[in-house]
Ligand binder design. Structure first.
Ligand SMILES: Cc1cc2nc3c(=O)[nH]c(=O)nc-3n(C[C@H](O)[C@H](O)[C@H](O)COP(=O)(O)O)c2cc1C
Length: 327
């Protein structure tokens, strides 16, 4: 039978399916269920920068310091205390309950002192760290370079703090995406999750309210990571995990063919249950057997831009009328 083993962030995974950071990985029971369903690894639900700041503020109670006012406010509003303790316990218990790699996750929007917490995650046995970074470029006075520098600073500081591998989970909104990824890799990032899917607001025109847009992804959304992993996997020596819109086994095969070392799943498992991992893996195995591929290395990256005779296929971005046959 086909061998599905892969290496991602230097970790040995029995197969390339990783359960994404989400509610699916927010408790030990659920993480055990992911392993039972056949997942190659899990990324824990994120610890958010705001939660770290709020927890720090709780410890500082009684200390007069305006800097913590915002965090205090957050803390009292949510009524949920000691996120960090809970998170560290989750990590520690998960590590002793499953044998697949457990990747801890930090969600951040600045290069502040929260970075120190990466060390605690390392000490408790996280196999790797995933940093979900997004700085909303909405401040009219903030230049693109300043925002990009935040990503670089985070990466640099994290690399100095920990020795376990870490991946950056980022969005596609950089004017120089390829160059940015190369820089972040040079600053020490071990891999990249392309791409994060952001919470989007929508408007209810009857209730005249702002409401969340669709929380779960659709399969069409996968085209974005497919193109970028195809463009970059042969160009930048790093590990790419594909994310967003991967809803079936064929899509896993596609992402591997363009050069992904692993894929991350969330929406499809929320919709079908975590056991759907094994259904998707069966499709990959059946496809590999049919094409006489014994192991992943036999075909990973085979359809990356670097390997194509007609590499501009991935660079074509504007529609040509004749191409799509629409008059
Ligand atoms: C309910 C829910 C909770 C999520 N929580 C997190 C989180 O804590 N940290 C994170 O990095 N991503 C989080 N995500 C994003 C997912 O990890 C994933 O990147 C995104 O849903 C796109 O993948 P998909 O198309 O397979 O759903 C969450 C997504 C959902 C739907």
């Amino acid at each position: 039978m086909a061998d599905l083993k892969t290496k991602y962030l230097g970790l040995d995974l029995k197969n390339p399916i990783i359960v994404s950071s989400s509610n699916l990985t927010a408790s030990v029971d659920k993480i055990v269920a992911c392993e039972k369903a056949g997942a190659g690894a899990v990324v824990l639900k994120s610890l958010f920068e705001e939660q770290i700041k709020a927890d720090t503020a709780e410890l500082m109670k009684g200390v007069e310091d305006a800097q913590y006012a915002e965090a205090f406010d957050y803390l009292t509003k949510t009524g949920d205390y000691h996120f960090i303790d809970k998170y560290l316990t989750l990590l520690e218990t998960a590590k002793s309950s499953v044998s697949i790699p457990v990747i801890a996750s930090l969600n951040c929007v600045s290069d502040g002192s929260w970075i120190d917490y990466a060390q605690r995650l390392e000490r408790l046995g996280a196999d790797a760290l995933e940093l979900n970074i997004f700085v909303l470029p909405a401040a009219v006075r903030k230049k693109g370079e300043e925002i990009e520098q935040i990503y670089v600073n985070v990466c640099r500081r994290i690399r100095k703090k920990i020795s376990i591998p870490f991946a950056l989970k980022i969005g596609p909104h950089f004017s120089g995406l390829a160059n940015m990824i190369k820089n972040l890799k040079d600053e020490g990032a071990s891999g990249f999750v392309l791409f994060n899917r952001f919470y989007q607001p929508d408007v209810d025109i009857e209730k005249l309210e702002v409401v969340p847009a669709k929380i779960l992804s659709a399969p069409e959304e996968m085209a974005l990571s497919l193109r970028w992993i195809a463009l970059l996997s042969g160009e930048i020596e790093t590990d790419f995990a594909a994310a967003t819109g991967i809803h079936d086994g064929k899509s896993v095969v596609k992402q591997l063919l363009v050069g992904a070392r692993a894929v991350q799943l969330c929406s499809v498992l929320l919709q079908n249950g975590v056991d759907y991992v094994s259904t998707m893996l069966n499709v990959v195995v059946e496809w590999m057997d049919r094409h006489n591929f014994a192991r992943l290395d036999d075909f990973v990256g085979m359809l990356s831009q670097e390997e194509l005779e007609n590499p501009e296929l991935y660079e074509r971005a504007q529609y040509v009328k004749a191409l799509v046959g629409i008059s």
